[in-house]
Design a protein around this ligand. Structure first.
Ligand SMILES: CCCCCCCCCCCCCCCC(=O)SCCNC(=O)CCNC(=O)[C@H](O)C(C)(C)COP(=O)(O)OP(=O)(O)OC[C@H]1O[C@@H](n2cnc3c(N)ncnc32)[C@H](O)[C@@H]1OP(=O)(O)O
Length: 236
């Protein structure tokens, strides 16, 4: 993370290099985690009709109580970060609610991400909520995870773009409830196109291979100066 004394810029947010969470952010994470556990519990819950009615009532009361509190504004946080005027809490606020990886999102396993050498790496244990075939992770969820991983290879480069093409080859089933390892790396850059590849592993066996093309809407991709040594790895 590159920062000034006080401020953060959106382009300088790297995976796993975010500021320490505030006590309030920790509470949001705990709430998200608890709701994720609740979600797992709801799936195929074996309860009587009366118990289910009682749970519905309790859930409605919780939702109504939260609705009274209002929502924090995502747009303002993002604007401050895009202007290079974001606080540490703004950074946490942005990444903690991201899809699948956000530690405060009830929809995250969570998928943990980090940079290692020329790779973006990830690990997550996926529960029943993410099931496709019985006992296996849904292929679309794997696609989402790979989209996230491959997109994060943009941490190594100038420019940020959108997914243009994502090709996925499913080699074997990916089980639920076991650690799933993800990897992504840059292959090459061609002007506004960034070509990258990814893979998914469980207990040393590769279950998925992916290739992606990201397109920068503005300028050409190039390595950030601090990652210049990746040039050799990209060309290899
Ligand atoms: C941006 C700043 C944000 C700041 C604020 C941040 C807010 C926080 C952001 C979080 C971000 C999370 C992102 C999550 C990942 C998504 O989920 S992204 C959503 C899914 N993807 C999309 O919606 C993309 C939809 N498609 C498009 O918008 C446009 O088609 C594209 C991809 C921008 C390309 O349009 P274009 O710029 O007009 O491209 P064009 O000039 O036709 O082609 C340029 C080159 O790219 C190639 N190309 C074009 N399309 C494709 C394609 N689909 N596949 C392969 N190659 C292609 C062309 O062949 C051409 O190649 P060359 O001829 O130069 O060799």
């Amino acid at each position: 993370m590159i920062m000034t004394d006080t401020f953060y810029h959106f382009r300088d947010i790297r995976v796993a290099e975010t500021p320490a969470p505030s006590p309030r952010a920790e509470l949001h994470r705990e709430l998200g985690r608890t709701l994720a556990e609740l979600n797992e519990q709801v799936l195929r819950l074996d309860a009587s009709d009366d118990q289910l009615r009682d749970y519905i009532q309790q859930a409605r009361e919780l939702k109504a109580a939260m609705a009274e509190q209002g929502q924090r504004d995502y747009g303002t946080t993002l604007r401050r970060l895009l202007d290079g005027e974001g606080t540490g809490d703004d950074v946490t606020d942005l990444v903690d609610f991201e899809i699948l990886t956000g530690k405060a999102s009830p929809l995250s396993p969570p998928l943990e991400l980090w940079l290692e050498g020329d790779k973006v790496k990830g690990r997550g244990i996926f529960g029943l909520a993410f099931q496709g075939p019985p006992g296996r992770l849904h292929g679309g969820v794997i696609g989402l995870a790979l989209d996230i991983l491959l997109a994060k290879t943009q941490d190594f480069v100038e420019q940020i773009g959108v997914t243009g093409t994502l090709k996925i080859r499913y080699l074997a089933g990916t089980p639920l409830h076991k650690p799933v390892e993800f990897e992504a790396r840059l292959i090459r850059m061609e002007g506004r196109k960034l070509i990258c590849e990814g893979s998914v592993w469980v207990e040393g066996q590769q279950t998925v291979a992916a290739e992606g093309i990201w397109i920068s809407p503005r300028g050409d991709y190039r390595l950030k100066p601090e990652y210049a040594e990746l040039e050799a790895a990209i060309r290899a």
